[in-house]
Design a binder for this molecule. Sequence first.
Ligand SMILES: Nc1nc2c(ncn2[C@@H]2O[C@H](COP(=O)(O)OP(=O)(O)OP(=O)(O)O)[C@@H](O)[C@H]2O)c(=O)[nH]1
Ligand SMILES: [Mg+2]
Length: 458
Amino acid sequence: MSLRKDMAQLVHRTTDSHIRLAVTGLSRAGKTAFITSLVNQLLHSSSHDNLPLFSAARDHRLIGARRVPQTNLMVPRFSYDEAEASLYGVPPAWPEPTRDVSEIRLAIRYRPQKRTKRLLSSQATLYLDIIDYPGEWLLDLPLLELDFFAWSQQQMQALHGQRKAFAAEWLSALEALDLHAPADEQVMANIAKLYTDYLHRCKAEGLHWVQPGRFVLPGELAGAPVLQFFPVVSSLASEEVPSGSYLTLLQARYQEYQSKVVKRFYKQYFSTFDRQLVLVDCLSPLNAGFDSFMDMRSALEQLMHSFRYGRSGLLSRLFAPKIDKVVFAATKADHITPDQHTNLVSLLQQMVHPAWQHAAFENIDMSCISMASVRATQSGYIAVKDTQHPAIQGTLLTGEEQTLYPGDVPEKLPDPEYFEQHRFDFSEFRPLRSERDAPLAHIRLDKALDVLLGDKLR
Ligand SMILES: Nc1nc2c(ncn2[C@@H]2O[C@H](COP(=O)(O)OP(=O)(O)OP(=O)(O)O)[C@@H](O)[C@H]2O)c(=O)[nH]1
Ligand SMILES: [Mg+2]
């Protein structure tokens, strides 16, 4: 091989870079729609002017992107083709819900602006891994610091109001169980199922703080005994547990869950992430009511613990954390009129900032934005008498066309009165129709790209 070719290869290698971008959010937050649209936008970027707020595209430094095989063969592939097919379908439809971690890789070609990179070559490649995983898994972090009895106690204390009502069946089965009797695996499985049903019920009613997170989103662990335990009422300290009893087995499974499920996720996946996007659907809880909204807020606070490394923090003891940027994005902004977008961002900031400032987040940059990954509505005005009112228009899932003003988004955290006085009208729309060769319509997804990746493409 000629020296010149060698040099060219060396240069090529030094200008290539790699970044792992993780995308999370509670279920239905819009992760699959976001990743599909992000990939779709980048794949169209060489032929369309679809990303004006993305600095690399605006400055005409973005050459284009293509899909490349992922390097991590142990993680399922993100189903891009399937999701894209639904969104471009006739009629267009939303992608199927997903339940597990998955990954997709892109190679982004660009013209570097930085002198150091430019000297090496006129073009560079950024390899971008995008990882989709359920935000519920991050709610499990506190489990690592609680033993089975402390965790049980915490779960029992949380049982008030609606939660207590949802838990009735599981609680009565628990009451009938002699925890000191020799364990019967089938009985354990049955009660664990009632506990899991309770967690599912909480989620279905808009209560997002559920532990253990894998019980509702088991991924590949569905049906495994490590997901068959439940909290108990017991005054025994861990040393006094009779051997072979239900208590022993419950405790052993809890410990197995801590090390084989929670710790493993943080070590195998989380420790490899460079950047994190957290998608938040603020609009559904606004629609559902005060309890649901507060619950979403506390779930977000819990989720933030995973970015609080500190020097003595739990995560720094497990691995060397790498995430240097966390972006919170309020999704589905096309559900409200554009004049409400600033309120949506400030509402999200109110949920995130206080908790963020309170904690010691070392060297992590944080920002809040609002966007719609895949637009489902057009915005415009409707005339009522002589005045023009902002409105959105779209096709409902039922196929019916609708024009409406969905309501005001509160700028500050709403109090219970807000929910009495305001009705937020959150209707589900179909995605807008897109031409086969055109990118999907979005709102500020380019802004999200710029905040997340802009500095890597300089
Ligand atoms: N209008 C609008 N709706 C959206 C948008 N993104 C997501 N949605 C809605 O939210 C639902 C959930 O979106 P997904 O992308 O599947 O959310 P997810 O976080 O991947 O959900 P799971 O896989 O169930 O955890 C969709 O079926 C749509 O109804 C958006 O940009 N605009
Ligand atoms: Mg999904």
